[in-house]
Write a new protein. Structure first.
Length: 145
C-alpha cells in the first residue's frame, strides 16, 4: 500500500485523507502549518469599493452576520481561482469574479474591470504581494485585512 504524507493544515489534511483512503492509500497527517484567525475586527467597510481574496481560507476569519461583512456582499468580490470563488459564493457574495490563475491574473482582472477606489484584500498576515503590488503601482488603494 502506498503511504502519503499530508502536511497541509489539519482540517484540510483530514478531508484529503478521507478521499485518498477511499482510493486505497494510507495517509499520515503531520501538519506543517496551523492557520488561526487573528481576531482583528473588520471595520470601516463603508469606504470599500471591491473585495480581493487570494485564499478560500480567508472566509474562515469572517462572521457572515457582522454588518461590516454583510455590506461587502453586494460589492464585486475578486477571487484568485475557482475554489476561492466557490467559497465566496457559498459565503454570501453576490458578484464573484474568478481570475482563474495567480496573483497577477487577479490584478489584471481587477484592472480590466470598472472598479476604482479602495480594494479590501482579505488575507493572512504573510501573503504573496504580487496582486497588491501590481494594483498599488496602477494607482489603486489596496487595504489589507
Amino acid at each position: 500500500m502506498t503511504v502519503i504524507l499530508l502536511t497541509r493544515p489539519r482540517q484540510e489534511s483530514e478531508r484529503l485523507a478521507e478521499m485518498l483512503c477511499q482510493r486505497g492509500y494510507e495517509c499520515l497527517i503531520a501538519p506543517m502549518l496551523k492557520i488561526v484567525p487573528t481576531g482583528e475586527a473588520l471595520s470601516d467597510t463603508e469606504h470599500v469599493d471591491a473585495v480581493m481574496v487570494t485564499s478560500g481560507r480567508a472566509f474562515d476569519a469572517l462572521c457572515p452576520d457582522d454588518p461590516h461583512v454583510t455590506r461587502l456582499f453586494n460589492l464585486p468580490c475578486f477571487c484568485v481561482g475557482s475554489q476561492t470563488s466557490e467559497r465566496a459564493r457559498e459565503f454570501g457574495f453576490h458578484d464573484v469574479r474568478d481570475a482563474a490563475g495567480d496573483g497577477l491574473s487577479l490584478a489584471q482582472l481587477i484592472r480590466r474591470s470598472v472598479v476604482k477606489g479602495v480594494i479590501l484584500h482579505i488575507a493572512a498576515r504573510d501573503i504573496a504581494s504580487a496582486a497588491s503590488d501590481d494594483l498599488t503601482h496602477a494607482g489603486y488603494m489596496v487595504r489589507p485585512w
